[in-house]
Design a protein around this ligand. Structure first.
Ligand code: HEC
Ligand code: HEC
Ligand code: HEC
Ligand code: HEC
Length: 169
């Protein structure tokens, strides 16, 4: 066998040996048990604390808002999309029916223009709604610079919720 082929074989064997050693050392213990990933990742993620609940759990105490919302354009939005993670609130707020909620249980009330613009900002790359139909899968866009920016006399900025009810816009 020519000399250079022998050297190649030696070099490749060394690399293969190195690879096998490294693979043994670096491979996570549960890798491969359930496919091409670490099986322990599942229980690890399941152990993380939960922050979100489901809209139905809000309905228990805020049924009025739920039925108001379900009649309007925002019917497909979940409460927590706007108000943030609410599991802790939904679990404990019931104990404060008569008093004010402690700060740690208060949820965000997205009343500023920026909160609505996140979804309604005019975006040339988004599909435009061509016909004036209620289609809750596509979002009507407004140009926030032109759409009722503020009081022309006092120059004070309007909030979107001055004119639109957030639960039934
Ligand atoms: C066990 C009853 C209960 C459940 C379930 C519940 N809430 Fe509340 N919520 C309350 C009470 C009590 C208050 C304080 C008094 C009030 O504003 O009505 C409150 C207040 C709020 C407020 C106003 C907070 C503030 O800072 O003024 C928001 C927003 C809210 N809830 C959203 C939600 C959302 C979203 C859910 C579902 C994730 C939810 N709630 C589930 C009882 C509940
Ligand atoms: C589009 C975003 C949006 C969604 C979706 C939404 N909310 Fe709200 N919610 C708001 C805003 C904005 C306010 C503040 C209104 C204000 O300050 O007048 C608010 C206020 C509230 C309040 C305080 C009461 C009040 O009238 O100030 C409660 C309670 C509440 N929301 C519950 C809910 C529940 C329950 C759901 C789901 C059924 C929900 N919200 C869905 C935006 C939203
Ligand atoms: C998470 C995304 C999201 C947020 C945040 C949001 N919206 Fe909407 N909005 C929608 C969707 C989806 C619809 C239904 C499709 C449509 O009609 O544009 C809608 C519909 C509307 C409509 C009816 C448009 C029409 O067809 O006449 C108005 C008005 C509106 N939203 C105002 C608001 C206001 C005010 C806020 C802030 C409090 C807000 N939205 C926050 C997603 C959102
Ligand atoms: C001064 C009152 C006022 C304010 C403030 C206001 N709007 Fe409106 N909005 C209206 C009226 C009236 C209409 C319906 C007529 C029209 O299309 O202009 C409308 C229509 C809409 C529509 C539907 C547009 C369409 O294509 O059918 C959306 C979405 C909307 N507004 C979102 C918002 C958002 C988001 C904000 C805050 C950045 C906001 N509005 C602030 C009064 C207001």
């Amino acid at each position: 066998m020519p000399q250079h082929i022998k050297r190649l074989i030696i070099a490749f064997s060394l690399f293969l040996a190195l690879f096998l050693v490294l693979r043994q050392v670096l491979r996570p213990e549960s890798f491969g048990e359930l496919g091409h990933f670490r099986a322990k990742a599942i229980p690890e993620n399941a152990m993380r604390p939960m922050h979100y609940t489901v809209t139905d759990s809000c309905t228990k105490c805020h049924g009025g808002i739920r039925s108001e919302k379900d009649k309007g354009f925002h019917k497909n939005l979940k409460c927590e999309v706007c108000h943030g993670p609410g599991l802790k609130h939904a679990t404990y707020a019931g104990q404060f029916k008569n008093g004010a909620l402690p700060d740690s249980l208060k949820l965000y009330k997205p009343g500023e223009r920026k909160d609505c613009i996140i979804c309604h900002q005019l975006n040339a790359a988004r599909i435009k709604i061509q016909f004036d139909t209620i289609n809750t899968t596509m979002i009507h866009q407004i140009d926030p610079v032109k759409h009722n920016p503020g009081d022309p006399d006092t120059k004070e900025a309007f909030k979107c919720i001055d004119c639109h009810s957030p639960h039934q816009p």
